[in-house]
Design a protein around this ligand. Structure first.
Ligand SMILES: [Zn+2]
Length: 196
């Protein structure tokens, strides 16, 4: 028995990659709360995940913090697209995909551009900031590709996320990386903003 155990241990040191690959790479972006979302979104691809103010919004995969908006400057008078999200965080995952959450009520301590985050790490708390004020609190979740700073119309979402949200919620691993890359190749990294 002891000899067999030794062989198994030796094998596990020789072949660590299959064990590493078995670890989850993606998680659902809200933890510890009952939330719901529709398989639709107004005007452009994204998903609004509805829940209570204060629910934890976490990194869906490991990566680096991209842009953070920590002051809500939105006003209906100006209705600027760049400010509609209120408090928001975007990260660029190790998969090369950008993930964005907005209408937050709080940004987590230490979440700043360039900071490395691990899958499941707290990024902020669900809220109703920006143009969500007075509506059902939610995290607006967007999937896109990295762009230069301030390209909010790409950052807010380019690929419909709910297919991935459904899988992550069910504990299944699925990456949007290929679909995002194909979309970026089709429309360009900074397509012109049209519409809403
Ligand atoms: Zn939305």
């Amino acid at each position: 028995m002891r000899k067999r155990l030794g062989v198994l241990l030796a094998l596990s040191f020789l072949a660590p990659i299959p064990f590493a690959q078995a670890a989850p790479v993606y998680v659902f972006p809200i933890v510890g709360c009952n939330v719901h979302y529709a398989h639709s979104h107004h005007d452009y691809p994204a998903t609004d995940i509805l829940g209570k103010i204060g629910c934890k919004f976490v990194a869906v995969t490991s990566g680096v913090v991209d842009e953070v908006t920590s002051v809500d400057k939105f006003s209906w008078k100006t209705d600027l697209g760049s400010q509609r999200g209120g408090l928001s965080v975007s990260i660029v995952g190790d998969d090369g995909v950008r993930y964005y959450g907005s209408h937050l009520s709080k940004i987590a301590a230490g979440i700043k551009p360039g900071v490395r985050v691990k899958v499941g790490q707290l990024l902020g708390l669900l809220g109703d900031s920006g143009d969500a004020k007075g509506t059902a609190p939610h995290v607006h979740f967007g999937i896109s590709w990295p762009t230069p700073k301030g390209i909010w119309w790409v950052r807010r979402g380019e690929l419909y996320p709910w297919r991935y949200l459904d899988l992550w919620r069910a504990g299944k691993d699925a990456s949007p990386a290929k679909s995002v890359a194909a979309l970026e190749a089709k429309v360009g990294t900074v397509p012109k903003h049209v519409g809403y």
